[in-house]
Write a protein of this length. Sequence first.
Length: 373
Amino acid sequence: MPRIPAPSDKEVISRLERLATKILNMIEKSAPPYLEIPVRSLSNTIWDEEKKILRLGPQRATREFFDLKESKKFMQTLLMLSLIVKARRENDYPTIRDLYYMGKHTIVYKDHLGRRCTEETWYDQRESNSVIQDIEVATGLLREHMGIMHDAKGKIVGNIVVRSKGYLIDCSRMGSGAYAIPPNPDRLEIAKVEADYVLCVEKDAIFERLNEEEFWRRENCILVTGKGQPDRSTRRMIRRLWEEFGLPVYILTDCDSYGFYIYSVYRSGSISLSYESERLATPGAKFIGVTVSDIEEYKIPKNYIIAATDRDLKRAQELLNYPWFKSEKWQRELKLFLRKKQKIEIEALSGHGFKFLSHVYLPEKISKKKWIE
């Protein structure tokens, strides 16, 4: 599958400026200025059955300057746009927190009765973050392409060599550590990959254990963790390994409705970022556990089995109705989860010994194709 290339800095600036130029042209023609922003909501999220990913639908919202309900959001969008363009022109890399503070100030004005009033450009970071996402969907750019930095939490280790800023980094020579996936993995050149597959582990502690055992060396794989709900950088890195090198991708999570959903985020994308599924989702990813069926099949000791909470069950019921969980195997596992009301963590496999996960469970799941899609 051909890789979707990251836009150059010149193209990024051009796309951002085009959005601003549209507004300028309206003003110069004495027309009421407005922005058209694709709607980021569940109701406008579409399941693409052919590509097996979530997509943003066709609904668009009009944000008008002369509409009292929309004028503040309109001005917030232009304010954020100006900050991002300035940063790109000056080759700066602000964090999302930097942009919040750079744009935050108090506007003082008088109302129609002459009273002194104040208004904040935004009151908390959720407002500024939302505007950044609006600019992403309006321009078709990832915030990483716009040079906006965030707290990256993913790690990778294994038979892969990357080049970053001219330096070669061999991820098989990290000792007991691992390489921290940078905020924008598209800036990495993947110089060499000699692995049979990618194993993505939900939990950092399990990743560390497998790394310490050098599971990746014994099984000739690349080991990755997103430390729970994965950030965009981890998802993008996995997408690249699948897309550019054709590596099978396996996801290992706890056996609960939230672990199941984490898998679906890797594979199909998330509702909140459905507009970037083409670049962040990995439709070929396979779930290799832990499943409800494993409780009986692997004779998990009773003291490792946890009662599912009402919240777990409610979430599982939601997953049951999602189109991307409609396969026969997923329907069976989710219904079993709802019926048994039991969950287990990856650590439950340690009931058969600490090396059971790495020496028996994972090799067996992969070699015998005991996965779910």
